[in-house]
Ligand binder design. Structure first.
Ligand SMILES: [Zn+2]
Ligand SMILES: [Zn+2]
Ligand SMILES: [Zn+2]
Ligand SMILES: [Zn+2]
Length: 343
């Protein structure tokens, strides 16, 4: 979803920095050094640590509550110090966009404003933690390798996520993906490449398999993203480097890999998808692929708009035997066939 805002989100983030400078002149340095302590001194918001409850709408472990006085930035308590800082700044991003008329105007002008707002929050948090001056010149000129992203993390106070977001801004195309030690995608930031879904297993893809097996930096010239639907993405160049024992960073690009002297565009990149045949899991119809794949699951969408997300949802939702509405499992008691409203 975020890839649509590769240009707009950083622009909005830059405007958000301007609003901060106006509201709290000269505080950006303090905000970078210790975000939560600095935010704790502001009368405009309150910061609350809470255990995380499932996955919210935010791309990070936190949420924004505008009904309290002052509004609340909720930060997942179980995360690392750096990660909590990134989350706090992300939630501050929601506060700014929902209270500043100029920023709200930019949201209003966007179609998918919720996704845009969240992407801008990530870009803003990453910019506070990693200003332009912290990005090495070679990264700015030729884009990041995975080892560059790891170096950014080691040299700064920024979270791994912030480093991924900032690094991805210097890609001409591709994705920066953060993975756990089992090879599951934790977070990603991309430009014109559909990144792996959060929580999806990438351990069988050539690049990640190699990095996990050797425990060292790995490169692969023919790797791919594995989507939730089981479909393999286009063949890309990849480099993976370990942040520490727990986390791996992968950079995937269709061409111009910064770590290679020469990397021609992969033949057929993007071209093989359109016109191929697929069968919809939900309606069972065969169809010709004519639209870009779903940005959540990477699966083709049928003419009815179904993708792997729809079938995953359908397998959980069920129809009530009385009102015949298809409802989420929470609307039923246990395995009853009649919904709570009808019961
Ligand atoms: Zn958010
Ligand atoms: Zn369908
Ligand atoms: Zn989908
Ligand atoms: Zn019912």
């Amino acid at each position: 979803m975020r890839r649509r805002f590769v240009e707009e989100a950083p622009r909005q983030a830059q405007a958000m920095l301007g609003v901060i400078e106006r509201l709290h002149p000269g505080c950006l340095a303090a905000l970078r050094d210790d975000p939560l302590s600095e935010l704790g001194r502001w009368p405009d918001v309150q910061v609350v640590m809470e255990p995380e409850v499932g996955e919210g709408r935010c791309s990070v472990a936190g949420s924004y509550r505008d009904r309290t006085d002052p509004p609340t930035l909720v930060v997942g308590a179980s995360r690392s110090y750096r990660r909590r800082g990134f989350t706090g700044l992300h939630e501050l991003g929601h506060h700014l966009q929902q209270t500043d008329p100029g920023l709200g105007q930019a949201l209003f002008a966007t179609q998918d404003s919720e996704a845009f707002e969240d992407a801008a929050c990530d870009a803003f948090a990453a910019r506070v933690l990693l200003p332009e001056g912290e990005i090495p010149e070679n990264v700015r000129l030729r884009g990041p390798s995975a080892t560059d992203v790891v170096e950014l993390f080691q040299r700064s106070q920024a979270s791994r996520e912030a480093c991924c977001v900032r690094a991805a801004e210097y890609l001409s195309g591709g994705a920066v993906v953060l993975l756990d030690r089992a090879g599951s995608a934790v977070f990603s930031s991309s430009r014109s490449l559909i990144p792996p879904a959060r929580g999806s297993d990438q351990s069988r893809t050539p690049l990640i398999e190699r990095a996990l097996r050797t425990g060292a930096m790995a490169q692969h010239d023919k790797t791919y993203v594995e989507y939730r639907s089981g479909r393999a993405g286009d063949v890309v160049y990849g480099q993976a480097a370990w942040c520490d024992e727990q986390y791996l960073v992968a950079v995937l690009v269709p061409d111009n890999a910064p770590w290679l002297k020469y990397s021609a565009p992969r033949p057929g990149t993007g071209g093989t998808w359109y016109g191929s045949q697929s069968v919809c899991e939900t309606c069972g119809e065969a169809f010709e692929v004519s639209a870009p794949p779903c940005e959540q699951c990477g699966d083709a969408t049928c003419p009815e708009g179904h993708c792997a997300c729809t079938s995953a949802r359908m397998s959980r939702d069920r129809a009530c035997d009385r009102c015949f509405l298809v409802l989420a499992p929470s609307r039923f008691d246990g395995t009853r066939r009649i919904c709570r409203d009808c019961a």
